[in-house]
Ligand binder design. Structure first.
Ligand code: NAD
Ligand code: UFG
Length: 343
């Protein structure tokens, strides 16, 4: 199958790329490297011994996007490209709407022009907002609490309307919970450009000595140990979910939103303890005030993914921490310290 992957050099994109190449699919990555490095693509080539077409381009540039898509003539699209920092989205909302919403509209128009009718989209559990009940199932009301979440909810709506209006279209909206971990080779992983916003990359940078200590945002939540509880999903399992979604899109039409998580909540303290075991050193941490906007608990209902995609998570929190540590300890500065593509 020919698959056009926007944002394929990024964290989740590069892991999915490896999986697609290993399965024998032909892939074109379209990425402007705003938050990634072409070194990730070079490493995906090395890991799989396969070629990948790479186009440097911006999804906001509708002409360039349409040209690339027409040139490659894909059977399906996986749409990762976007901006994802919740805090930043409060400060520069228009850039988030232009990238995440207009970029998605540009992509669908380019697909129409190229006759491509299958899309798998990176959505987020953040579209649910405050939990009215747990676990979050796909019928939970959509009420995002920040601009980033609203762009994802809006892009979902645009894709749903497109799928309704387009004969034989198939769209899968994957709502990721908390992706963490890295490829088992230690060659690709998460490489935040600035101070990490998320827990696992922050813990990894403390472990490797890039940061002095972790701030635990609140220990007075109504959870087992008072710290926030999340559904961490191994990025390699998440990559597999994309392949399952692509297969599903070949046999079903319409638009489905599907959670991608393990269904298990892990607290901050539990994650830190698992990371300490994986890296064999203590993680310095202090209790800090709650982070505004954080919820106590979030975890997924996973039955729909099992029913429609035949997919469920296979890797546990120890696998997540071990693989993260291998990546972080073997690439302490991420891709930055790499000299030359493929190094
Ligand atoms: P990432 O930043 O590593 O990857 C996004 C990729 O898109 C990067 O390679 C970036 O360079 C590219 N990109 C950004 N703007 C672009 C533009 N205008 N044109 C072309 N390329 C552009 O992030 P990720 O964690 O791999 O996330 C991938 C997708 O999954 C995003 O859409 C994100 O919103 C979504 N998501 C991520 C998480 C998470 O916690 N990582 C959770 C839920 C959903
Ligand atoms: N946390 C800390 N210290 C840190 C960072 C995080 O204690 O330095 C805590 C948070 O308070 C929370 C938990 O660790 O309890 C997880 O926080 P993350 O920032 O890693 O993840 P979130 O659940 O807040 O959000 C992430 C992404 C969102 C996405 C959401 C659901 O950042 O974009 O998962 O998929 F929408």
């Amino acid at each position: 199958m020919k698959v056009f992957v926007t944002g394929g050099a990024g964290y989740i994109g590069s892991h999915t790329l490896v999986r697609l190449l290993a399965a024998g699919h032909d892939v074109c990555v379209f990425d402007n490297y705003a938050n990634s490095s072409p070194v990730a693509l070079a490493r995906a080539r090395q890991l799989t011994n396969r070629e990948v077409v790479a186009v440097e381009g911006d999804i906001r540039d509708s002409d360039a996007l349409a040209q690339s898509l027409a040139d490659f003539a894909p059977d399906a699209v996986v749409h990762f490209a976007g901006l994802k920092a919740v805090g930043e989205s409060n400060d520069i909302p228009l850039l988030y709407y232009q990238t995440n919403v207009t970029g998605t509209m540009n992509l669908l128009a380019a697909m129409d022009a190229a006759g491509c009718r299958r899309i798998v989209f990176s959505s987020s559990a953040t579209v649910y907002g405050e939990a009215q009940y747990l676990p979050f199932d796909e019928e939970h009301p959509i009420a995002p609490t920040n601009p980033y979440g609203r762009t994802k909810a809006m892009a979902e709506g645009v894709i749903r309307d497109w799928a309704t209006a387009t004969p034989d279209a198939s769209a899968v909206l994957l709502r990721y919970f908390n992706p963490v971990g890295a490829h088992e080779s230690g060659r690709i992983g998460e490489d935040p450009q600035d101070t990490p916003n998320n827990l696992m990359p922050f813990v990894a940078q403390v472990a490797v000595g890039r940061r002095a200590r972790l701030s635990i945002f609140g220990d007075d939540y109504d959870t087992r140990d008072g710290t926030g509880e999340r559904d961490y999903i191994h990025v390699v399992d998440l990559a597999a979910a994309h392949l399952a979604a692509l297969e599903y899109s070949a046999r079903a039409t319409g638009c489905e939103a599907i959670n991608v998580g393990t269904g298990q909540g892990i607290t901050v303290k539990e994650l830190v303890a698992a990371y300490e075991a994986a890296c064999g050193r203590p993680i310095a941490a202090e209790i800090a005030p709650r982070r505004p906007g954080d919820v106590a608990s979030s975890y997924a209902a996973t039955a729909k993914a099992e029913r429609l995609l035949g997919w469920q998570a296979a890797l546990d929190v120890d696998d997540m921490c071990r693989s993260s540590w291998k990546w972080q300890s073997e690439n302490p500065q991420g891709y930055d310290a790499t000299t030359g593509a493929g190094a």
